[in-house]
Design a protein. Sequence first.
Length: 438
Amino acid sequence: MNQASVLTAKYFKQSNDELVIDRVPVGSIIGQYGTPLFVYDCSIVDQKLDVLRRALPANFTVSYSVKANPNPAILRHLLAKGCGLEIASAGELHLALEAGCAPGRILFAGPGKTGDELELALSHDIGEIHVESCLEAERIGVICRRLGKKARVALRVNPSGEAQGGAMRMGGKPAPFGVDEENLDIVLDSLLSNPNLEFWGIHLFTGTQILDHAILVNQYRKGLEIGRRVSRRIARPLHTIDFGGGLGIPYFPNDESLDIEKLKEGLAQLFRAVGNDSHFEGTKFVVEPGRYLIGEAGIYITRVNDIKISRGKKFLILDGGMNHHLAASGNLGQLIKRNFPVALLNKLQQKTCETVDVVGPLCTPLDTLARDVDLPLAEVGDWMGIFQSGAYARAASPLGFLSHLSPAEVLIENGLARLIRRRGTYRDLLADLPCDQH
């Protein structure tokens, strides 16, 4: 069974040959909203959040990583489920506030924060700013003096190489993220001596797309070790320890899902002694999942617009491509192109009978969404679905490339489909030009 079939059996239903998303047939969604578009199923988000919360020890909170998918409707849904939000820009701060997030439930991480971004965050009195450098700490202090405020800050630590793993390493090597563990004491001295900063905790995030529970448990263990070290130095418990995100989902053949039960067992064993450890008295532990919560809930749906054979190779040409879904084209961090799970959503039960390349409408060979994939016999007008498209898809893509229109987004909640982002218009292509150039 291929990956698309596994996901269909796990999360969706079929009616004859057609995919059904939480009681809504794909054909009715396409008939109402057209293609290309992204569709997100809230029931999958809720299922993933429930599974994660049951795996975490009781003293954990969940802050959704807005960068994974920043649509305000998704933010509102997760806020209603009790999540906080982790942001990485002033734009994401505006989206979080617009979605109704209380400022105290917002964490701001990421390198290169500008003075304007920091001032905006401080003026809204957000929960924590995660400091990534000594210079950033000084900048926060200067703004606080001017505003007459005191900032709650956590220190992002780039840990040693023993706590590494995942598809994309973000620590344990020279990196723009956080301060190196070996320089931790020097930076702590700087933070603690600044009267405008209230040192709140630490943030540890060393990698993403992790499918091995043992790697995650080891990273949490490292976070606790650093937390104890810092607690001893400041002679009090930390308010927060933020373990970041990193929980992965299976995209490619031979990827195995994160074993959440083994993660639960590993964390339970690791945190068994924490309750009696004075270094963590009253400490709040935080995780920042993004992809894990929303990734499997999203499908990118396009239509086969043309079919051609070139020198023995058959191509299905879609009405959307890498401008909407850069990750599926392999141009977002993949060293070797591997296919996301794909299927013809109106021919799910038909046997595969041909091997094709699936490409978008852009004038570049990079616009290949699936290579040498086995599918049923395709016809113009068929609906192509790319699964695992809820995270880092639309939001991480070059939507302006070749000036094609941006795709719509639809949310399925309680068996009802609603538009949460309209399709782009040609007027949108001129929206940011001076009025005298329209």
